[in-house]
Design a binder for this molecule. Structure first.
Ligand code: MEV
Length: 431
């Protein structure tokens, strides 16, 4: 099915009309459409099987980012997020990127790392070699653990032994089992494999195995995206295209050089990344942990993205980060909204999902830098934020828009003022 991610006037449609449009375009069933709308979806009984002490459900707004083209394919991107401006920002930047050919993304093999900590080995260098000598046998054993994964072409790929020379309890060994998890996030497969190999590793090393757990620094499972924004697309209002381009590059340079700025810069990237990770039922804490650890991999925390200019003067951006996401297993399959979200995106593999997510992260980063480098973040935020303030102040129905507009006009987007205006309107007065 070829689907266009450009839907003009989508923002102005009613909620029902938007859903009907998506249902038609993505060929969703009625059940899937209801799962996306919130009319159906996860119920408390299903939730009761997912975690402990369930008392109910917790909802988030689910939006759809438009205009995305990733590797030549149009894709509608579901985003679950409470923050205003994120979905609009991603959609707008995807439109600019589209004019330069969209996003080009790729991933490494879906290889994850399981760590096995070995304590009290009498001689660490000898223990290390004893384990490495048995590498083929250990990998063969690990290959038999998950027959489903094996059938799909996944399984163990390599085994490394690291000597940690210095720690608060002295030196010890760590075995890394590199494991291709195909379309799964992989935590279960990895943890099972690590636990299964533990007795042999203890015997080979003469020590005892302590922790057996995956690493969230998934630096063997990287996703990368790049885009070109044609120079002329960057001009707006009184800002020239060159000014915007150079402003974005200078904003990125700040994040590249300063960890205080890099944390906020990367947070902007994660606004986009997490929203899709959550919408598709994936583990956003794992993705967050991996992203920030990767940003500090060279000993100094820095930007995950890079911005510059090409020979023609166009703006070029790239983003590289670990992305441990799956499309099988866990909540991706159990949660009806996550399942419908994956169908909406039409992804066939975990790698394809990661390629879209990393593109959204890059778009989101651009949206933030473009605003920060020009008019500042507050102007764009203001209208959407004003709506939230209006709702918090008690406005309902058409009063929400009216009150939000008024707050923006007054440039006072504060709840006390919103309540004051609302109270006056309710008593028929004006303020
Ligand atoms: C806000 O959620 C995200 C930003 O702070 C990101 C950035 O500063 O680059 C706008």
């Amino acid at each position: 099915m070829t689907l266009s991610s450009r839907i003009s006037g989508f923002y102005n449609l009613s909620l029902e009309e938007r859903l009907a449009e998506l249902t038609r375009r993505a060929g969703l069933t009625e059940e899937e459409a209801e799962a996306l709308s919130g009319a159906a979806g996860l119920d408390a009984t299903q939730a009761d099987h997912m975690i402990e002490n369930v008392i109910g459900l917790h909802a988030l707004p689910l939006g759809v980012a438009l205009n995305f083209q990733v590797n030549g394919r149009d894709v509608l991107v579901p985003m679950a997020i409470e923050e205003p401006s994120v979905v609009a920002g991603a959609s707008f930047m995807a439109k600019l990127a589209r004019a330069g050919g969209g996003f080009h993304a790729h991933t490494s093999a879906p290889e994850m790392i399981a760590q096995i900590q070995i304590l009290d080995a009498p001689d660490l260098p000898s223990a290390r070699l004893a384990i490495l000598e048995q590498k083929a046998e250990l990998l063969a054993e690990a290959a038999e653990i998950d027959p489903v994964l094996k059938k799909l072409g996944g399984g163990p790929r390599d085994l490394e032994v690291r000597l940690i020379p210095d720690s608060p309890i002295g030196p010890f060994l760590v075995v890394h089992l590199i494991y291709d998890v195909r379309d799964a996030m992989g935590a279960n497969a990895l943890n099972t494999a690590a636990e299964r190999l533990a007795p042999r590793l203890a015997a080979l090393s003469g020590g005892r195995v302590h922790l057996r757990i995956l690493s969230n620094l998934a630096d063997r499972r990287l996703a990368r995206a790049r885009c070109t924004i044609p120079l002329q697309e960057l001009a707006f209002d009184d800002f020239s295209a060159e000014e915007v381009r150079d402003g974005i590059i200078a904003a990125w340079a700040f994040a590249a050089a300063d960890p205080y700025r890099a944390a906020t810069h990367n947070k902007g990237i994660m606004n986009g990344v997490d929203a899709v990770v959550i919408a598709t039922g994936n583990d956003w804490r794992a993705v967050e942990a991996g992203a920030h650890a990767y940003a500090a991999r060279n000993g100094r925390y820095t930007s995950l993205s890079a911005w510059g200019r090409d020979a023609q003067g166009n703006l070029v951006g790239s983003l590289e980060m670990p992305l441990a996401v799956g499309i099988v297993g866990g909540a991706t399959r159990v949660h009806p909204t996550a399942r419908a979200a994956l169908k909406l995106m039409g992804v066939a593999s975990a790698n394809e999902l990661a390629e879209i997510i990393v593109s959204v992260g890059l778009a989101q980063n651009l949206a933030a830098l473009r605003a920060l480098a020009t008019e500042g973040i507050q102007r764009g935020h203001m209208t959407l934020h004003a709506r939230q303030v209006a709702i918090a102040a008690g406005a309902q129905g058409e009063w929400i828009e009216r009150l939000a507009r008024r707050l923006v006009e007054e440039k006072t987007v504060r709840i006390d003022r919103a309540m004051e205006i609302l109270a006056a309107w309710k008593t028929g007065g004006e303020t």
